[in-house]
Ligand binder design. Structure first.
Ligand code: UD1
Length: 418
């Protein structure tokens, strides 16, 4: 059974070498769902082969699309989505599935999507999504664990998000592109993944302005065509490997990155004393001297990403001195802290802040992964720890890191899947 797989890591190797960063999971997912907005052939390139991507493809198939995935390219064949029901079985596996609501509503006038439920990093409700659809004229009912949205005519409106939610911005954009009239989205998310989705939608004929700022304007059109879109590199995978270089005192060249998307992480790594050479599409990270502690607070883009918080905690655990890590996006996203403590980290949690006092070394032991980025932090800790670490429940990592252990082995890590 897949969920019994774990990583066995023998720590203490400096990671050295070059790797290519995969396409972004979080950019690929909404772009795949954008195929629901058109009847024509649709190609998405640079798609990482991940469990979440496979779930998205299964969901598109459930909705009536025919999909093929080969050599990082997803081909979604011409033919409209006929079904509007996204089942609990698929939505519970991946929360991002709720982003089919917008395109289904726009295209079919209805969507019947399971509520994703809680997850290990907090409650993560979908109230912003639902409220926005209502503002666009939809009637929403929540019943038996499903959200049903229906609209005879979907109308553009002025919508202000209470918080710049990434998923809500994506859902609203995909409803607005085929809605009647103009939608102005205020307090929109600015993440690179939103900008990539907008690029994809524009290539399908959508009229959108302002992506990458907090006000996005959409003028609805009557239909959209197919496209060929290449997704951006994964900034979180890139950030994770940079931290791996820092923690193992190594030297890693990352190819196929967009350094601009990593600016908050690069700035803080530099501040900590890591040497970084940034070129147009690559970053070379080299450890040259002991690092200094650097405190961080997660925030929306272009701030420090919550998806790098766990990895930063692993790094600070081994940096002499004291630092603070504050989580401002999600509640309850410190599950990795307990496991890091079991490896010898000196960590104290107080509300949404963790106080870290760097130790000289971590010691390997069996640890349990609770979510994707917590898993990344534990792998990083294992790579730099003394002795052997067994990372249990690596299926969480398979959701979001393509060929993680293979890439790490290319860099010289002693890691195997058992
Ligand atoms: C996306 C990313 C995830 C990342 C997160 C924040 C994908 C597939 N996932 O998740 O990796 O960590 O952005 O950058 O792209 N909220 C509400 N009500 C809502 C929607 C959100 O209260 O209707 C809250 C959430 O509970 C959370 C905050 O808003 O506290 C941000 O969540 P959001 O930006 O929506 O995250 P996701 O889109 O789920």
């Amino acid at each position: 059974m897949i969920h019994l797989e774990s990583f066995k890591i023998k720590g203490g190797r400096k990671l050295c070498g070059a790797i290519r960063v995969s396409g972004s999971k979080n950019a690929a997912l909404p772009c795949l769902f954008a195929s629901l907005l058109s009847d024509e052939d649709f190609f998405i390139e640079n798609v990482p082969d991940l469990k979440d991507i496979r779930t998205a493809l299964a969901l598109l198939t459930q909705l009536g699309k025919e999909v093929k995935f080969k050599n990082s390219v997803v081909h979604i064949r011409r033919g409209g989505a006929a079904k509007a029901r996204a089942s609990y079985d698929l939505v519970r596996r991946m929360r991002a599935s709720v982003v089919v609501m917008g395109p289904l509503l726009a295209r079919l006038g209805k969507a019947h999507v399971s509520l994703p439920g809680g997850c290990s990093i907090g409650a993560r409700p979908v109230d912003f999504h639902i409220k926005a659809f209502e503002q666009m004229g939809a009637v929403v009912r929540v019943e038996k664990g499903y959200v049903s949205v229906k609209a005879d005519v979907l109308k553009g409106n002025r919508i202000r998000l209470p918080f710049p939610s990434v998923g809500a911005t994506e859902n609203i954009l995909m409803a607005a592109v085929l809605a009647k009239g103009r939608t102005t989205l205020l307090n929109a998310a600015k993440e690179p993944e939103i900008q990539d989705l907008v690029k994809c939608l524009k290539s399908m004929g959508a009229h959108i302005q302002g992506e990458g700022t907090s006000i996005i304007r959409v003028q609805g059109v009557s239909s959209l065509h197919g496209t060929r879109h290449c997704v951006i590199p994964d900034r979180i995978e890139a950030g994770t490997f940079l931290v791996a270089a820092a923690m193992t005192q190594g030297r890693v060249l990352l190819q196929d990155v967009i350094p601009d998307h990593l600016s908050a992480v690069l700035t803080l790594l530099r501040k900590a004393g890591l040497s970084l050479q940034v070129k147009k599409n690559s970053v070379l990270a080299a450890w040259k001297k002991q690092l200094h502690p650097v405190s961080v607070k997660t925030s929306v883009y272009p701030g420090f990403p919550t998806d790098m918080q766990a990895q930063w905690m692993a790094l600070m655990s081994l940096v002499k001195g004291r630092s603070r890590i504050t989580e401002d996006i999600f509640e309850n996203r410190f599950l990795h802290a307990h496991e890091l403590s079991r490896m010898g980290a000196d960590i104290r949690i107080q509300a949404n802040t963790v106080f870290v006092k760097g130790v000289d070394s971590l010691s390997g032991c069996p640890v349990m992964v609770s979510d994707l980025r917590a898993g990344a932090a534990l792998v990083l800790a294992g790579l730099s720890a003394q002795g052997q670490t067994q990372v249990l429940r690596v299926y969480h990592l398979d959701r979001g890191y393509e060929k993680m252990e293979k890439k790490l082995r290319v860099l010289g890590a002693r890691i195997s899947r058992i």
